[in-house]
Design a protein around this ligand. Structure first.
Ligand SMILES: [Zn+2]
Length: 973
């Protein structure tokens, strides 16, 4: 570890001193601008956080080696609830949090008191995270660092919001938002425990009546009101009778606050348990039927009104509940309900759908074998019935004027009609409740008055976002549909709140822009922040006009200079630098940001910038597991990043988080993987240190033998594979190729030449080939394991930093299919021989190989040729083979042999066929002769190679005749 640490520190210092990651515009080179979602500095990072940032860094390092002038900057997101809530929890003496900070992250106890101040907390963890990013070796241009509470950045966000407003994308009004009643703030994904986006749905409240009082049953399927057989109330929960906008309602106590938050005037009159209402009758406002109120424990008083209508014909939950109740009807006696009353309740069929009987709910629970209300399969049953009915169902005759129309259509129609007739109203509720605010309070829906929104619902804006997405590369491509869906369903998003850190709305200073809205186009700010710092530009000099010029080329710098006192040359420099680096070439983040941040980034770019400056690529990755389990404080399996770096080393951590999974999958970190990565790197280092002698390239190149050509050809294949993988950021595949597959071939190569290692000519060649492999391997590994690769590179005599050295180019001329097939033959023959030895248990003294006769080869290649276009038929084949005089002379033997191989060839993969065709006649005798020394050593036996028709062959068991092309016959003695 000491050894690794020294290497890491050495190269981190060298990079910093040489400033190789400080990227300025260079018109002579193509540019590549890569960013990654900046962190909220509300805690130290753990190993899991390392994945997204490491992926972005590997991408940046790769592009640099591909010749791009690559910029990777970093900033820190102070705004929003993440920092605020964490500081608040600390101030509230949250014991779990304090224990984590002290025991897991080793923060000195005396420091904690300071951190209760949000800004102090942000600054502290900012430095902590930044130090970790340096220690892991990210190639960041730190001159461009900023925080989202810097006054200059505030000016930038103000400009952004003015632009959005000018384009008509900002609205103010009353809309439902996810809301924390304790904080009195709207909540989005980054404000909730577990980063859950609150999903708001609109329930229809159907007003069942009794004595001038409404029982507003909440439903997402108002069209099923025709099939209601009873009402469910929870007997043990508290209900209230309240005046709601002048009407009497019976609702759960918990819904009172919710209704009030949705602009209803609510006043509680009476309070009682649900038990007191069970057994009463209410009237269905649509059918006029009198129905019974039945008790149900499954009714959740926290969901909407806590009043539920029962549709057992079409709702599996209701079906099962009613069935169960009929079985235990004696329990209903306490409510004065008789068995006869319950048994007389029959499901009502109101929707006709193909593939189902009258009672689809009964079909579904029957099919899934569900008997209990607690069975989780009920969810699936409900979803299945709903899906079929919604898409294929038609309303039956008993639904009056809706008879015959589709369920999809009836759903909205019934709802609208009932509302119009005063028989129903609506209420918002979180569909994915419970959702908890970071302050641990359960979130609700609030209709906020005069709330400011970014209106992502505008169709013309959605069209622009789709256009950007359509022209963008999405890695991995599977996520494209998810982006499309998000663009389609996004609507007004609350963009400001009344408290916290951040930028104030420029036209309404009571509001502070929230954190998913102030982080959508900041990539542009990276291109100018360096100049702002360098020239000590004041925030007030960064006027809207100045930004208009810098980012949009509008207005003249001289005019802005007059007004702001900012040097026109500096303005132009900022403009030029923006124009050089924009558009953003790649945006990295975790996949959890698809439904919010990443899509907001697309929207906001299309709103503010011309099309040529829209982002080009988004790359997302999954999370990191710890030895197969979710990383979580409660599992105690979190390794703080800096601790991991100190324990395992930077390169091993980088390799570990990227080598166990491709982009979308969850990576699986474990100390043993990190350790094995470290061992691999150390092995590579040791090998390199023994092979530092510079090669005599000129001499070596002219003397290459088949095995050397094989190694160099394999090397090219691996370069090709690794390059293809890296271009798609399939880093796991690239690591696999470079660290395992190439390594395996290289080990084989070394084994193959040991018998000749004393030969001086061989030495020249070996040094050359080893150097070629090491050179390419080190370069290809450099983006992922940059420290160790710099060290090896220096040892190998590399002139520049490896970080600035070109990625190995593909040299097609080195690809030698014949040499590869030749070597595959040797591998197969060795394996076959070993298998025979294993099977017979023999320790041979002599091993004889018999290669296929020329006529067999001719037959084989002819058959192969024929199989290229179609399946080979024996009859056609013979006709053709007999046209060859040499084969005709051996007609009988040829027919027999062709019969044997036809099926085999028909079953051979196209790839193998292609390679064998390309290779043509392989001189197997020569190949085996050349490898004789190797076989002798591996098998510890005398080796003889014969052609199968060699009259002088030693063949006591008549094995020679079994020889086939690529499959020499073997005899062991
Ligand atoms: Zn809260």
């Amino acid at each position: 570890m000491e050894f690794l640490k020294k290497i890491e520190e050495k190269w981190q210092k060298n990079w910093e001193k040489a400033r190789i990651f400080e990227t300025d515009p260079d018109p002579s080179k193509p540019k590549c601008f890569i960013t990654v979602a900046y962190p909220y500095p509300n805690s130290p990072q753990h190993v899991g956080h390392g994945r997204t940032y490491t992926m972005a860094d590997v991408h940046a390092r790769y592009m640099r080696m591909r010749g791009y002038n690559t910029l990777l900057p970093m900033a820190f997101h102070y705004t929003g609830t993440p920092v605020l809530a964490m500081a608040k929890r600390l101030a509230d003496n949250d014991r779990g949090l304090i224990s984590d900070f002290i025991n897991v992250y080793k923060i000195p106890r005396e420091k904690l008191k300071e951190l209760t101040e949000p800004i102090a907390m942000a600054r502290y963890f900012h430095q902590e995270i930044k130090t970790g990013m340096k220690e892991i070796g990210y190639s960041i241009d730190w001159r461009r660092e900023f925080t989202t509470v810097d006054p200059h950045y505030n000016r930038f966000v103000e400009w952004q919001f003015q632009k959005l407003r000018q384009h008509g994308y900002i609205s103010q009004g009353s809309h439902p938002v996810g809301w924390c009643p304790k904080d009195g703030n709207p909540v989005g994904q980054h404000d909730t425990v577990g980063d859950v986006e609150p999903e708001i749905g609109e329930f229809t409240l159907i007003k069942f009546t009794k004595d001038n009082t409404f029982y507003p049953a909440a439903t997402l399927r108002p069209e099923t009101v025709f099939g209601v057989t009873n009402i469910w109330l929870n007997p043990s929960t508290i209900y209230v009778k309240a005046t709601v906008d002048g009407e009497y309602w019976i609702v759960s106590q918990q819904s009172v606050e919710k209704l009030a938050n949705q602009n209803r005037k609510v006043k509680v009159q009476e309070t009682f348990t649900g038990k007191e209402l069970v057994g009463k009758h209410v009237q269905n406002p649509v059918t006029g039927k009198d129905i019974l109120i039945l008790p149900a424990d499954f009714v959740d008083p926290k969901n909407a009104t806590g009043v539920v209508m029962s549709v057992p014909g079409h709702a599996p939950y209701d079906y099962i509940a009613l069935e169960n109740m009929k079985k235990e009807s004696q329990k209903l006696r306490q409510y004065g309900i008789t068995a006869g009353e319950v048994n007389s309740i029959k499901p009502i069929s109101l929707i006709e759908v193909k593939g189902y009987s009258e009672i689809p709910a009964g079909d579904a629970v029957g099919k899934m074998n569900i008997h209990e209300q607690s069975d989780p399969k009920l969810e699936d049953a409900t979803r299945e019935v709903y899906r079929h009915e919604f898409h294929n169902g038609r309303m039956k005759a008993n639904t009056g004027k809706y008879a015959g129309i589709s369920v999809a259509e009836a759903k909205d129609k019934v709802k609208q009609d009932l509302i119009q007739e005063g028989k129903a109203t609506t209420m918002y509720e979180l569909l994915n409740r419970p959702v908890f605010c970071r302050c641990k309070t359960e979130c609700i829906v609030k209709i906020v008055q005069d709330q400011w929104f970014i209106d992502y619902g505008k169709p013309e804006w959605k069209a622009l976002a789709h256009k950007n997405l359509d022209n963008m590369e999405i890695l991995p491509e599977e996520l494209r549909q998810e982006f499309n869906n998000v663009i389609d369903w996004l609507h007004e998003k609350a963009c400001a709140r009344k408290s916290g850190m951040g930028t104030r709305l420029p036209w309404d200073k009571d509001w502070i822009i929230e954190s998913l809205s102030d982080s959508t186009i900041y990539m542009a700010y990276y291109t100018i922040v360096k100049t702002i710092k360098q020239h000590k530009i004041r925030p007030d000099q960064l006027t809207d006009e100045a930004f208009d010029y810098v980012f949009l080329g509008a207005r003249k710098p001289a005019e802005i200079s007059r007004k702001t006192g900012l040097d026109a040359k500096i303005l132009k420099q900022m403009h030029d630098e923006f124009m050089y680096f924009y558009p953003l070439d790649s945006r990295h983040s975790g996949r959890d940001l698809v439904p919010n941040h990443l899509t907001f980034m697309i929207f906001n770019h299309t709103a503010i910038f011309p099309e040529k400056h829209w982002p080009r690529q988004i790359a997302t990755n999954g999370s990191v597991m710890m030895e197969g389990a979710k990383m979580s404080k409660s599992f105690g399996n979190i390794i703080p990043l800096r601790e991991g770096l100190a324990t395992f080393g930077a390169d091993p951590i980088r390799l570990s988080v990227l080598s166990t999974a491709e982009l979308l999958q969850d990576a699986d970190f474990s100390p043993s993987i990190a350790k094995s990565m470290r061992e691999r790197l150390e092995k590579l280092y040791k090998f390199a240190s023994k092979n530092v002698k510079p090669p005599d390239k000129k001499n070596a190149k002219t003397q290459l033998t088949a095995i050397d050509r094989w190694m160099l050809s394999r090397l090219e294949q691996h370069i090709r594979n690794a390059t293809t993988a890296m271009n798609k950021l399939a880093v796991r595949k690239a690591i696999q190729t470079v660290l395992y597959e190439l390594e395996q071939d290289f080990q084989w190569y070394q084994k193959r030449i040991t018998d000749r290692s004393q030969d001086s000519k061989r030495k020249i060649i070996t040094v050359y080939v080893c150097h070629e492999v090491l050179d390419a391997q080190t370069r290809m590994l450099a983006p992922v394991a940059p420290h160790m690769c710099e060290e090896i590179w220096e040892m190998l005599g590399g002139k520049d930093f490896i970080a600035q050295t070109p990625w190995p180019p593909l040299d097609e001329s080195r690809i030698d299919v014949k040499a590869e097939e030749n070597e595959t033959l040797i591998m197969n023959v060795l394996e076959d021989t070993m298998n025979i030895m294993k099977a017979t248990g023999a320790k041979p003294k002599i091993v004889c190989y018999y290669t296929a006769a020329p006529w067999k080869w001719k037959t084989y290649l002819k058959t192969l040729e024929k199989s290229a276009s179609a399946k080979v038929l024996q009859k056609d084949l013979m006709k053709q083979l007999m046209q060859e005089p040499e084969l005709k002379a051996n007609a009988e033997k040829v027919a027999k042999f062709a019969g044997k191989i036809t099926d085999e060839i028909n079953r051979t993969s196209e790839e193998t066929k292609r390679r064998h065709t390309q290779t043509g006649l392989l001189d197997e005798s020569q190949a085996l002769e050349e490898a004789k020394g190797f076989f002798q050593k591996e098998l510890n036996a005398e080796i003889h190679v014969y052609n199968e028709e060699d009259p002088k062959r030693h063949d006591p068991k008549q094995r020679a005749q079994l020889a086939k092309p690529y499959r020499p016959a073997i005899y062991i003695e």
